[in-house]
Design a protein around this ligand. Structure first.
Ligand code: HOZ
Length: 427
């Protein structure tokens, strides 16, 4: 499987674009080699510039839950393009997507659409600070909520993969308002609240962390967060950018029965186009401009093409049996890899959240960032490279989730497990 053309494009790209990529997670820095430059995708397949086909388990980092180029989404998009690509004025499409969103997430009474998950979390935090008149925010080490300044403190995803969890360029005066606790450890959350009882505006937590790899909340953890937020008068923000329409239609909050004050969405809600959203209780949301004083805006917010992709995707996801199919495919694949690893004597810990999962090269269970960080990343690198050579396109980091979609067929899962069989031999 030659990748000469990708290598050639990459050599040019690094001269023009920092690191040759427009988002760090796309680089192969943690696993070695150069990124593949993609020329097209369809269904569960992605094709690189050399014409190689891969079974895609990144799915654009989550949005492509239906697979690439779903015919109903594509045909709606083609029609939408013919009506104009951006107006900078409201459309009924925004109202329709808002209706779908609020129906799926009963905790949300109002929603504002933006163009990315980063914008959603950044704006939700501004709102929480304004509502509570407090500056402090509490997040979890290894969780990632986009790249707004306040959130790049002990951050996960690419920041963790590339060893820059605390990004230079974030003013110390701002970072001092960001407190970190240990995921799955309510004692560490309580300690932050007690040290700054009136200072914490909000706790922000991923619905199901996927940015240190997939880590599952222990029984009672999410409920405990809700209780502590209520006790200390802080808002609970559930960042469901990844988990929103992935864990189920209604997200992690439906599964764990949590009523957050604010929710952030992204990825699947845009069906492969740039959409983010944040929403929650009316009394909080009405503080947003122009109803209230908290400013937030965007030239392409609620873009008609992006709204169309979101609406069509959500409509398809509501079909009966959709999530059952996703869970079955995901579990077959993840359990299959774990079984092969076990047989080959490679210690792994796996975690599945709906239709995303991570195989940690770890001897012990992974319940938080210190556990995840202890994984054998060199072995992960070998696993990634061998799987890729066998036509399987996985996220190039131990600290990311594998995304399974509705277009992954039984045959493709079998093929992936055959690749794993070869990969784990002597790994
Ligand atoms: N949030 C995505 C998965 N960790 C990464 C998207 C990106 O940073 O490009």
């Amino acid at each position: 499987m030659g990748t000469k053309r990708s290598a050639q494009i990459f050599r040019k790209a690094v001269k023009l674009i920092p690191g040759g990529v427009n988002s760090p997670v796309r680089a192969f820095k943690a696993v070695g080699g150069h990124p593949l430059f993609i020329s097209k995708a369809r269904g569960s397949k992605i094709y690189d510039a050399d014409g190689n086909a891969y079974i895609d388990y990144i799915g654009s980092w989550g949005p492509m839950i239906l697979g690439h180029c779903h015919p109903l989404v594509t045909s709606a998009l083609k029609k939408a393009v013919d009506r104009g690509t951006s107006y900078g004025a409201p459309t009924e499409l925004e109202v329709t997507l808002a209706e779908h969103t609020l129906k799926a997430f009963p905790s949300m009474e109002m929603v504002r659409f933006v163009s990315s998950g980063t914008e959603a979390t950044m704006s939700a935090i501004r709102l929480a600070r304004a509502y509570t008149k407090r500056d402090g925010i509490l997040k979890f080490e290894g969780c990632y909520h986009g790249h707004a300044d306040s959130l790049l403190v002990k951050a996960g995803s690419g920041a963790a993969t590339l060893g820059v969890p605390d990004s230079p360029g974030v003013p110390a005066d701002l970072a001092k308002h960001t407190f970190n606790a240990t995921y799955n450890d309510l004692g560490s959350v309580r300690a932050v609240f007690e040290a700054a009882p009136v200072g914490i505006a909000c706790v922000i937590v991923e619905g199901a962390p996927g940015n240190m790899g997939v880590v599952l909340p222990k029984d009672g953890f999410m409920e405990g967060l809700r209780r502590l937020c209520t006790k200390y008068g802080a808002l609970l923000i559930m960042d469901e950018v990844m988990s929103g329409f992935r864990l189920c239609y209604g997200g992690a909050q439906k599964i764990y029965n949590i009523d957050p004050d604010l929710t952030c969405l992204g990825k699947v809600i845009g069906g492969g186009l740039p959409v983010g959203g944040f929403g929650g209780k009316r009394k909080i949301m009405e503080m947003l401009s122009p109803s209230g004083p908290v400013y937030q805006a965007g030239t392409l917010s609620g873009n008609p093409i992006a709204m169309t992709a979101g609406i069509e995707t959500l409509k398809l996801l509501q079909k009966k049996g959709t999530y059952e199919k996703l869970y079955k495919t995901t579990n077959t694949l993840c359990d299959g890899i774990a079984e092969i690893a076990g047989r080959r004597g490679v210690p792994v810990h796996t975690a599945v959240a709906g239709s995303m999962f991570t195989v940690f090269f770890s001897e012990k269970p992974v319940t938080n960032w210190p556990d995840a960080r202890g994984s054998d990343t060199a072995r992960f690198g070998r696993y990634f490279t061998r799987m890729l050579k066998n036509g399987i396109y996985l996220p190039p980091s131990q600290f990311e989730a594998v995304f399974v979609g509705l277009s992954h067929t039984k045959e493709e899962i079998t093929k992936t497990l055959e690749a794993a069989e070869k990969t784990f031999k002597g790994l």
